[in-house]
Ligand binder design. Structure first.
Ligand code: GLU
Length: 321
């Protein structure tokens, strides 16, 4: 039997937008790549709306996000999963980790953590020095002693690990050294992204993750969560983000590249598909839809470097009106 016959891997990919604002051309490209990667190999793809961080949600964004994806010509298998609609598995995962001593209650505030971190440490994300590790017997104990609602942190083991990524190649990370024990559940009770994504990818049977390369460091954190929960690890492809002409990555607040804006202007979604396809080494024929191009797509042809959205690309999209 040949190696090809032995490979029983059936791709299950996912689209996992956060409904926190309008999708833009950078999202469109990443989602098209994720979709083509699964569909071109006969795989399935699920849609999950990552709406756990209520502080960042926007009114109507769930429906708007689904509309944007449909407008691009994407589909998915089964009903979309609204992440907040079922958090039982996350609850169970946290309880199990806590019971096994692989997670602990932490009552530190952001300000306290920042004050303890080394000068010049990453302002956005200071390393957690482990102040509460081993301090409390339970969440209740932490509550009683501190008078605060505790967060839950994972005991991240010391040492380096290697993430194997289909685009970025093998990359070493040291999570304990760089960020310390990561948050699984916040002090306000919300499940943190790193836990939720791991639990829901497993629950939805996702075995291939294609997403922006800003999340590559997150893959290393998720690696630890997966290991401590005995969950299978997906294959990863982190695609370079789209930048503007000045080399700055596209942001959700920039209207000129938002899909909603382009749709309102009457741009043909197939022009966006064609632009994305060209940035992936494809030569789309006139009027080709996302699904017309699936057969031709190969991750091997996707350039490994950053993609710039030039003024002429935007002008080209507007010509499709
Ligand atoms: N929901 C995340 C975002 O929109 C992506 C999460 C993921 O792909 O793991 O940034």
């Amino acid at each position: 039997m040949s190696a090809a016959q032995l490979d029983t891997h059936r791709p299950v990919g996912r689209l996992a937008p956060s409904p926190t604002g309008r999708l833009h051309l950078g999202h469109a490209r990443s989602f098209l790549i994720a979709w083509w990667h699964a569909r071109s190999r006969g795989g399935s793809i699920v849609l999950r709306l990552e709406d756990l961080d209520v502080t960042r949600l926007r009114e109507g964004s769930v429906a708007a996000t689904i509309e944007d994806l449909r407008w691009l010509g994407l589909d998915w298998d089964g009903d979309p999963l609204l992440q907040s609609s079922d958090t039982v598995a996350m609850e169970t995962a946290c309880a199990g980790l806590l019971a096994r001593g692989a997670a602990y209650a932490c009552v530190c505030t952001r300000g306290e953590i920042r004050a303890l971190s080394a000068p010049h440490a990453d302002e956005e994300e200071p390393r957690y020095p482990g102040t509460c590790r081993g301090k409390f017997d339970s969440l209740e104990h932490a509550r009683r002693v501190s008078g605060r609602e505790p967060a839950l942190r994972l005991c991240v083991p010391e040492g380096e690990l290697e993430i194997t990524d289909g685009i970025c190649g093998p990359r070493p990370f040291n999570v304990a050294r760089d960020v310390g024990d990561i948050v699984l559940r916040r002090r306000d009770g919300a499940f943190a992204y790193q836990l939720a994504v791991v639990v829901d990818d497993a629950r939805q049977g996702v075995n291939e993750v294609v997403r922006g390369d800003d999340l590559l460091p997150s893959a290393a954190r998720q690696w630890h969560v997966q290991r401590l929960l005995w969950l299978p690890r997906p294959r990863w492809w982190h695609v370079p983000l789209v930048q503007d002409e000045d080399g700055v990555r596209l942001a959700k607040r920039r209207d000129s590249t938002s899909l909603a804006e382009l749709r309102a202007e009457g741009v043909d979604p197939r022009a966006i598909v064609a632009w994305a396809a060209r940035t992936c080494g494809l030569e789309p024929g006139r009027g080709a839809s996302a699904s017309d191009l699936a057969a031709e797509f190969s991750m091997d042809r996707v350039p490994r470097g950053a993609v710039r959205l030039r003024a002429q690309d935007l002008a080209g999209l507007r010509l499709s009106r």
